[in-house]
Design a protein around this ligand. Sequence first.
Ligand SMILES: NC(=O)c1ccc[n+]([C@@H]2O[C@H](COP(=O)([O-])OP(=O)(O)OC[C@H]3O[C@@H](n4cnc5c(N)ncnc54)[C@H](OP(=O)(O)O)[C@@H]3O)[C@@H](O)[C@H]2O)c1
Length: 388
Amino acid sequence: MSRTVRAYAITAEAVAREKDRVGGDVDKMDVANVIALDKLELRDMGPKDVHVRMLAVSGEHNVDHAALADTINIADARGGRIYPGNSALGEVIDVGERVDKFKAGDIVVTHCNGDPDQFGFPLRIWAYDQPESIGWYAEEAVVGDWQLIRAPLDSGLTLWEMAALPLRAPTAYHMWRRALGIYRLKVPREKQAVLNVLGFGGGVSELFLMLAKDEGHNAFFCSGSPDRRAALDKLGIVGIDQKKYNRFATKDDVNAFRKEVRDLTNGGDAHIVCDMLRGPVFPAGLAVAARQGVNTSAGWQLSQVVEYNSTVMSVKQVTLDHTHYETIEGCHAATELYGRVFKPTVHKEIYPFEDLGRCFEEMHQNIQTGIPIIRITDDLPDSVKGII
Ligand SMILES: NC(=O)c1ccc[n+]([C@@H]2O[C@H](COP(=O)([O-])OP(=O)(O)OC[C@H]3O[C@@H](n4cnc5c(N)ncnc54)[C@H](OP(=O)(O)O)[C@@H]3O)[C@@H](O)[C@H]2O)c1
């Protein structure tokens, strides 16, 4: 029997209307005017489906990209409307007859690998470019059992901290294991045990640095946010104020940043850099790369196109790595590290469901103190009441 729930949608018409309102200036767009509460009819349950009641979700940057249509106009490309949200935590309320991994009452997290290729990596992302995929910024959802992972309720994390991780932790996990693997192909452990690892602001970079720190490396977090630097400082991750270098507006700023990194690393520079932003951050990341270094990114928030001097990078033997999202097995492995390694910083306000649009506008303005969480319901099950 089908069921209608409240769910957020982004329509091509809302994107166009907001763009018109600001005369085409994407910087002036208000994301809260684009993402709107809608009604969604859930599909009938199939034998391998799970019916989930959403408890909390995290705000993800792909929604910002969808609302601004700054990468591609994804709502338009998908027929005029998408239901976004690909990072969620919920309670199982029913399972199909062939589901044996989950039962009613289980607390689960999602992954967003929408269409694994022959090696398991996503060709498309769920609730973004995977056709027909329906996202989870909704009261309830019907989800294939392959898209769910049991939430580790004994991880020591709060419900909100766990809700911060389903998308960002697998991304960071994939980037870290790849970047380290590439570096180790060039410089084995016997020649150098401890690496200098640097990440630029953002939730994925923070988690990437937690992996590096946990494995005994030196970790440096270059961010414009004092709150986020302070949170990482508590884990022994050294903060560098990005605003001190005017967000790398000029070559002099990049040179001054390069000098600070050289001093902090005792002349060693950064063996692994997590970028995620591109734009002016990209040349700054390359400037601090050590010989044999690796620069990895799964994001292009500040620009999609980069330029670099191939000769200089060849002579330094620097590798640029482009990643997207984890395999499904990798998502399971990343979930094992909740609380042990991943201790995310969560924005100080937990947003009510009705204020999801405001959450995204505040994310867009870059004024949040950590990963933003939206609470979908006040009616939490007893199993999580002790971890809120
Ligand atoms: N491919 C994937 O699977 C995947 C997964 C996750 C994310 N991503 C992409 O990666 C990017 C980052 O995502 P995230 O989740 O890590 O980010 P996030 O937690 O939302 O944080 C974004 C960060 O961007 C930084 N920033 C904002 N404006 C800036 C500017 N003008 N100059 C320099 N830094 C600026 C801020 O750092 P400060 O602290 O310095 O202000 C902020 O912390 C996004 O584009 C996202 O779509 C891709």
